[in-house]
Design a protein around this ligand. Structure first.
Ligand SMILES: [Zn+2]
Length: 310
């Protein structure tokens, strides 16, 4: 089983399923732990934030501390059209722990194309949302939302996240995952379920049948798999931009030596942190960087070019 995204919902899903004794868990996440995450990301603690550990690595460490029998495969990586085949190869179930529709449409394309079940999970504000996608049987994400929801959509930036909504969404989806694992697919919910824990409002939208004219599961068009993916993205609520020009491995030790002359630098096996006022750059061994202190992709890109290279 693979969990894509190890933030709030992803780490709650991983925690529940690991404690339930799921044999193998593949954890994929592109981000690192920060103190501001700890309010809702239940697998991490202050020492993970102090070390800026990649979330996938920190989650794997925590899981092995409470269930050493489980095989956990952490991947500190960005799921993109270029990496999805290798990151999700031989997954039997994909759980969405992401915070964005771009990655969810990519997952939906991949899952429908390969007839793999996946479970959409979201939490924003006081809302918890869950949807089972069983390709060929139920509706897919694109049946329900042909276009990415737009307009005055709340995000974690504008609405914050109530941690109890996160745990509710993860509990519902983890239960559906366990049903699938034990072969109880007939018991799996066939609706898009949303629950507002603050207002005590609950809604369900029928999702039991594919929409015949659906571009994804009806016509088998997979534009998100073919897309290049956005190389530079802003990270929700973080005043940060991710730079991912292309796959270019970086030796963190050598880079650390090089950057010493330009600011404060620190590294471990998993990340390098470089501070140069007013920016903070976190560099991963695969060449990705998260630049904090700006949401302007041009500024982030030029900092990356100056200090890491073109
Ligand atoms: Zn569909």
């Amino acid at each position: 089983m693979a969990i894509v995204g190890c933030g709030a919902t992803g780490s709650a899903l991983a925690s529940l399923l690991a404690r339930a004794g799921v044999g193998t868990l593949r954890l994929i996440d592109r981000d690192y732990v920060e103190a501001s995450n700890l309010q809702r990301q239940t697998l991490f603690d202050e020492s993970d934030a102090a070390e800026s550990l990649p979330k996938a690595i920190a989650a794997a460490r925590r899981i092995s501390a409470f269930n050493s029998q489980i095989v956990v495969e952490p991947h500190a990586a960005d799921l993109t059209p270029a990496t999805i085949d290798s990151l999700l190869r031989d997954a039997t179930l994909i759980l969405d722990g992401t915070d964005n529709f771009e990655t969810r449409y990519l997952l939906n394309d991949f899952a429908v194309k390969n007839s793999l079940p996946w479970i959409y999970t979201a939490a924003v504000g006081s809302y918890a949302v869950s949807l089972n996608v069983l390709p060929g049987t139920t509706a897919c994400l694109a049946c329900l939302f042909p276009e990415s929801p737009r307009g005055n959509l709340e995000t974690c930036e504008t609405a914050g996240i109530l941690n109890s909504a996160v745990n509710l969404a993860a509990s519902i989806s983890a239960t559906e995952a366990i049903k699938l694992l034990v072969g109880a697919t007939a018991q799996m919910r066939r609706t898009l379920l949303s629950f507002d824990v603050w207002r005590n409002e609950h809604a369900e939208v029928a999702a039991g049948k594919p929409r015949p004219q659906c571009r994804t599961c009806g016509l088998h068009e997979f534009p998100h798999l073919a897309g290049a993916g956005r190389p530079h993205i802003t990270l929700c609520g973080r005043n940060s931009v991710q730079i991912h020009e292309r796959l270019r491995p970086v030796d963190l030790g050598q880079m650390s030596e090089r950057l010493k002359a330009h600011g404060t630098v620190r590294h471990n096996d998993f990340v390098l942190k470089f501070w140069r006022e007013p920016y903070e750059m976190t560099l991963f061994p695969d060449g990705r960087a998260i630049i904090k202190g700006t949401t302007d992709t041009a500024v982030a890109r030029s900092l990356y070019a100056r200090y890491v290279g073109n």
